[in-house]
Design a protein around this ligand. Structure first.
Ligand SMILES: O=C(O)[C@H](O)[C@@H](O)[C@H](O)[C@H](O)COP(=O)(O)O
Length: 262
């Protein structure tokens, strides 16, 4: 697993645009190497801003979107099409504008889906979809999950990532790739989330943070605190872990020159 690299951009708009450009490059490279690509999306302010930036990125169609698998890191367990669902926001910001293969778009369950208002059953259904998409080696692993090319994660001021909140038992999960989360401190209280082993299956994990309200969380995550208390410190990609920040989230004063590595 890779140690984090910190990359700081001047402001939120540049962070979103640069991350979108990075995503185009990574997904196109993955398709060149392996024929297809996979990405895990996140909800939240900067996560959706990156998707909106991707929608208008000049090189957007360097990716063959029909050969991209789209997954989610977490979902707010609400009815399909609810405007608060991460899926609904991702479709509006980006997915509806792309020529995707609908069979390769894998939204997390909704509370009015085939399992009804049962997030545990929904989580199991998503875990089965991940296991079916996993390659042979990954199928044999605990928490069977495909090797995602890119997994994007927002971070909360409390250091949560996906819907893995500090002190929550979901953080200790080692066997399941997906769990239901109840009593989340960020509304809505019921959610579905990938677990740490599923996130760590990704080649690249990108933690996105914008604004001074995230500066303390970013500092704690980079200080290497225990993931049970600081979930963002437990996420790693197999080949790369990036903290993609704006200057405010990196606690850099405005006059400081911005450069890679902060
Ligand atoms: O469903 C969600 O809310 C998320 O996926 C969550 O993990 C989010 O990414 C962070 O809470 C950051 O969100 P903000 O950027 O809005 O603060």
């Amino acid at each position: 697993m890779s140690a984090p690299t910190v990359i700081v951009h001047a402001d939120a708009d540049l962070l979103a645009a640069a991350t979108a450009a990075r995503a185009v490059t990574r997904l196109a490279d993955a398709q060149a190497a392996r024929g297809s690509a996979s990405v895990v999306l996140t909800g939240g302010g900067i996560g959706i801003a990156v998707l909106a930036a991707l929608a208008v990125a000049p090189a957007r169609d360097a990716v063959d979107w029909r050969r991209v698998d789209v997954w989610w890191g977490d979902e707010r367990f609400l009815p399909a099409d609810d405007p608060e669902r991460n899926e609904t926001q991702a479709r509006a910001a980006l997915l509806d504008r792309l020529e995707l293969d609908p069979d390769r778009v894998h939204p997390m369950p909704a509370s009015d889906g085939p399992d009804g208002d049962d997030p545990e059953a929904g989580a199991q259904r998503y875990a089965r979809a991940l296991a079916a998409a996993a390659g042979a080696v990954q199928k044999a692993a605990e928490a069977p999950t495909p090797v995602f090319d890119v997994c994007m994660l927002g971070i909360g001021p409390d250091t949560h990532v996906a819907s893995l909140f500090p002190g929550h038992p979901a953080l200790a999960e080692r066997k399941r790739a997906v769990v239901a989360v109840r009593d989340a401190p960020k509304p809505p209280p019921t959610r579905v989330s990938l677990t740490l082993p599923a996130i760590r299956a990704a080649r690249e994990v990108w933690v996105l943070a914008s604004g001074e309200g995230k500066a303390g969380a970013v500092r704690s995550a980079l200080a290497g605190s225990a993931p049970e208390q600081v979930p963002a410190s437990g996420v790693r990609g197999r080949s790369q872990t990036l903290f993609l920040l704006d200057r405010a989230a990196a606690s850099l004063p405005a006059e400081r020159v911005v450069s890679d590595g902060g």
